[in-house]
Design a protein around this ligand. Structure first.
Ligand SMILES: *Cc1c(COP(=O)(O)O)cnc(C)c1O
Length: 238
């Protein structure tokens, strides 16, 4: 096994302390896209519980495969996060199979998830696109409040917070500025009584800036699994 599981957890713990955050306030979400079900199962046996996928079909297949590879008690305790662009015609499968959707960015998608969810409410985050990047999903700061209020009206959805994907920049201060704006909007919503508790920010290249700015969920692929097989460095663009 070639995971950097212990190292990654130690790194998160170190940064959490260094930025004066409470211990265990940052949850590691293992981004398993393009990695095999075997690897996911191995990591689950080591104790990892949160996994994220960004393509629905790949995610659904992997969930089924992983469930077959693991003892039922472990399989049932896994938490599956969807972090990719949500197409409204795919919402039924998302609502049925995932526990969290980090990338809700329209009223239409929220309504569809609500329509198809039964049982426990699905946990959702609103994806923000604060740097107005055309190729990325997400709502602007102006549209955030309308969407957040709408989600509160949907009992099958539980609004938990905000998610953002920062531009890939090597400049730590710029990364922090982008995440800092997301945190400000998070604080504003809480001042208005929304009672949300999660900020999904930070990938392998932006981990420390995200922790510095209050991230509670870091989405790590490369740092944990190594490079994704057979793709160029541009594959993070959605
Ligand atoms: C792929 C992906 C990640 C993980 O990226 P790494 O750079 O491999 O850590 C995190 N978030 C989203 C939305 C992704 O698509």
């Amino acid at each position: 096994m070639s995971f950097r599981f212990d190292q990654t957890r130690a790194q998160i713990a170190r940064m959490t302390t260094a930025w004066c955050r409470p211990a265990d306030s940052v949850r590691l979400i293992a981004v398993s896209k393009q990695h095999s079900a075997d690897k996911v199962a191995d990591l689950a046996r080591l104790g990892q519980r949160d996994f994220a996928e960004n393509y629905l079909q790949e995610g659904l297949e992997k969930i089924t495969q992983v469930n077959h590879l693991l003892p039922k008690a472990i399989a049932d305790s896994l938490c599956w996060h969807f972090i990719g662009h949500v197409q409204s015609r795919k919402c039924r499968l998302l609502a049925e199979r995932f526990d969290w959707v980090h990338s809700v960015d329209s009223i239409k998608v929220a309504d569809k998830l609500h329509q198809y969810r039964s049982g426990d409410p699905i946990n959702v985050l609103i994806q923000l696109n604060l740097q107005q990047e055309q190729q990325k999903s997400g709502v602007s700061a102006q549209d955030l409040l309308t969407l957040a209020k709408h989600i509160l009206e949907l009992p099958n959805l539980r609004l938990r917070g905000l998610m953002t994907v920062a531009k890939l920049e090597n400049d730590f201060a710029k990364q922090r500025a982008a995440f800092g704006r997301c945190r400000e909007l998070f604080d504003t919503l809480n001042l208005q009584g929304f009672n949300i508790d999660h900020l999904s920010m930070g990938m392998s290249a932006t981990l420390e800036a995200a922790i510095a700015e209050g991230s509670t969920m870091v989405r790590l692929g490369t740092a944990l699994f190594g490079p994704r097989p057979g793709k160029t460095h541009m594959q993070h663009v959605q």
